[in-house]
Structures are given as C-alpha cells and as structure tokens.
Design a protein around this ligand. Structure first.
Ligand code: NAD
Ligand code: IPM
Ligand code: MN
Length: 357
C-alpha cells in the first residue's frame, strides 16, 4: 500500500521557480525508490505574475484551497516591480499566520566540502538551529500611517503574548532535548525594547528552569550577531522573535556556505489540522534569476524537512545523505560554491546519488 502525500507546490517568483522544480525532481525519485511513498503535486501559479494580472498574490480562497493539503512547498516570492510588503503580506504571512504555524525551524550545518568564510573553522563545527517565532512579535501587522508632508507619521506595533512566547520557547527546549542538543540561547534586545522583550526574557527564564539538563544563555541581538561570527561553535539551538530570528537565519546561513544551502520549515507541532509550510530561507534573488545559477540545495534540504514532517524519516535521511555526498564530492556545484554547474545539473546529480546510495 502506497502512502499518498498531497503537496501544494507554489514555485513563486525568480529563482523560486528554478529551485522548487529540483526539489520536486528529488521527491519524485524518492517515490520510485520507496515503493510505499507516493506524492500528488498540485502546482499553483501564485505570486508576482499572478498579482500583476489579478491584483492579488493568490485568489481570495487561497487559504481555503491550501487547507486540504498535507504540506505546502514554496520557492520564494518577491519581484522588483511590486513593493515587497505587498507580495509578502499577500501570500507568505497569511499562510503562516492563518494556519498558526508558530514554529519556524531553520537549521544550518557546515557540510564537508563547503568552504567557511571564517578562518579556523572546520567541517561539521558549525551546527546551529534557529527556532523562529512565526506568528506574532514584530510581524504582527499593527499600526498605520497618518498625516501628509512633514506631518506624515507611522506607528509600527509589535505584539508579544505570554502564550506566544511560552510555546515557542518550550518548543526550542523540547526540540533540544529530543535531538540531544546541549544548549539553548535566547536572543532579544530587552535593554531597548522594554516591554515585549522584557516579557520574553522573563518567560525564557521560567521555561528554562524546567529543563535543568540543558544549558541556557540570553544574549542581546547586537552582541549575538558579533558573537555568531566570532565564535560560531558556541551556538546550538537559538530561539528568537520573528524579526530577530529572520535576521539571524541569514547570518547563520552565510557562515555555513550561504543562502544556497539554508532550508526552512514552518509548522504547528501541537495542532496538525493545517498543513506545514516549507520554504528555503532565501528569497527570489532577482540578481541571478532566470539564468540557472541558483543553488537548489536549500530547496532540496527544505524538501527533506517536509519529508520529516510528513513522517517519511527514512526518505528524508536518504535525501540528506545524497546532498551531503554531492557537497563532499565538490564536482557538481553552482557558482555560489565556486562551481560552474547549472541549477538543474545539481538536481540531476543529487538524483543520481539517490539511486546509487
Ligand atoms: P535573497 O535571499 O533573494 O538574495 C540575497 C543574496 O543571496 C543574493 O545575492 C542572491 O543572489 C543570493 N542567493 C539567494 N539564494 C540563492 C541561491 N539559492 N543560490 C545562490 N545564491 C543565492 O534576498 P533579497 O535579495 O533580499 O530578496 C529578494 C526578494 O525576495 C525580495 O523581494 C524579498 O522580499 C524576497 N524574499 C522572499 C522570501 C520568501 O519568499 N520566502 C525570503 C526572503 C526574501
Ligand atoms: C524569510 C523572509 C520573509 C520573512 C520576508 C520576505 C517577509 O525574509 O522568510 O526569511 O521575514 O519572514
Ligand atoms: Mn528572511
């Protein structure tokens, strides 16, 4: 009996389209290798082109349509012709908020065969998981702009709730415990952000006291950015607010080989009513889009996280091993890693390795 996984695919914009097709290619190969797995892909052409034609990023009932799937696989959205706040508040954020996908998981690892921009750091020595609060904080969309001319004013709110902080911090500790990780670092800016972030620090202390076997640390975001570069080995699990974890996940990607390798997953670990949402950390990269230069590995590792979330751990592990081998071989790689291969050639190579492992 085959287990059927129904996946909504949203290639999106720019390199999103190029990298997602490589992820789907790998998933199709896995369904041939594992007789018990079958995928049903439904592709939606939502994103910036759709916006230019219809005045919205996805149809009115987009969320309703996505509800019925087991997972959502996205490339990226964002187009220089459309203001970024329009594209992102029109698709990405409604999905995360609408389905209450409060965990954003963004792991990075310095793979063998990948150069680290930092000196004196060896393969495997950076292994960080950023746990991002995904449904409130600085992304709460509270505020407005009033006035004209020199009376123009903007108010930008950030909502931090006890429930929201408690559940993400608890997830970070449970995750650390389950994965045998040793330390959780909370990153805030409670010296300047006196309300939301002070509440965050307080709740972090309360929750951490329930996990005596896990080391904890609280850092300010400015010092943490400096320290991740100075001492990346000092970080294990990081938990932070929506905005800070967003920034930190580009930083942790850059010290482990760049945006082309950094995957992401958004899900609700307590309530499986709605599908999880899987997209790499990177954006649509208009500077390299349409040229076959994008590294598809971030999207392929994102597909691996989707497999884990769907309960297909064995297939996920095989995909991970294939990526590892491709990187270690240093033969078929895109420009960001110093290679000359095209996006689809890297996907093909990973499929070749999958069949041979
Ligand atoms: P970006 O991540 O798209 O690109 C930053 C840099 O990294 C660029 O130089 C790009 O060429 C490089 N890069 C990114 N992914 C790569 C890959 N797979 N292989 C090789 N190089 C890669 O960030 P940006 O330029 O700030 O954003 C571009 C657009 O994407 C904006 O509209 C932004 O709002 C949007 N965005 C969307 C998402 C998403 O949909 N999940 C995420 C981030 C940014
Ligand atoms: C990401 C992106 C988005 C975010 C933007 C594009 C809204 O940067 O997924 O990291 O900050 O959530
Ligand atoms: Mn980001």
């Amino acid at each position: 009996m085959k287990k059927i996984h129904r996946i909504a695919v949203i290639p999106g914009d720019g390199i999103g389209k190029e990298v997602v097709s490589e992820g789907v290619k790998c998933l199709n190969a896995l369904s041939e290798i594992f007789e018990s797995i079958q995928f049903e892909f439904q592709t939606y052409p939502w994103g910036s082109e759709y916006y230019l034609q219809h005045g919205k990023m996805m149809p009115e009932d987009g969320i309703e349509i996505l509800k019925g799937f087991d997972a959502i696989y996205l490339g990226a959205v964002g187009d220089p012709r459309i203001p970024d706040d329009v594209t992102l508040h029109g698709l990405l954020l409604p999905i995360k908020f609408g389905f209450d996908l409060y965990v954003g998981l963004r792991p990075v690892y310095l793979f063998p065969g990948v150069d680290c921009p930092l000196t004196h750091v060896s393969e495997g020595e950076i292994d960080i998981v950023v746990v991002r609060e995904n449904t409130e904080g600085e992304y709460s969309n509270i505020g407005g702009i009033v006035g004209v001319g020199d009376r123009e004013q903007a108010l930008q709110g950030a909502l931090f709730t006890r429930k929201g902080i408690e559940r993400i911090v608890t997830f970070a500790f449970d995750y650390a415990k389950e994965k045998g990780r040793k330390k959780v670092t909370s990153i805030t800016k409670s010296n300047a952000q006196r309300y939301g972030m002070v509440l965050w620090d307080k709740i972090f202390k309360e929750v951490s006291s329930r996990y005596p076997d896990i080391r904890t640390e609280s850092k300010l975001i400015d010092a943490a950015c400096m320290d991740v570069v100075r001492n990346p080995r000092g970080y294990d699990v990081i938990v932070a607010s929506n905005l800070f974890a967003d920034i930190l996940s580009d930083l942790t990607a850059s010290v482990t080989g760049g945006m082309g390798l950094a995957p992401g997953a958004s899900f609700n670990p307590k309530d499986k009513t709605y599908p999880g949402f899987f997209d790499p950390v990177h954006g649509s990269a208009p500077d390299i889009a349409g040229k076959g230069l994008a590294n598809p590995i971030a999207a392929i590792l994102t597909a691996k996280m989707m497999l884990d979330n769907l309960g297909e751990k064995e297939a996920g592990n095989l995909l991970y091993q294939a990526v590892r081998k491709n990187l270690a071989e240093k033969k078929v790689r895109t420009m960001d890693l110093g290679g000359r291969s095209k996006t689809h050639e890297v996907g093909d190579d990973i499929v070749r390795i999958l069949r041979f492992l």
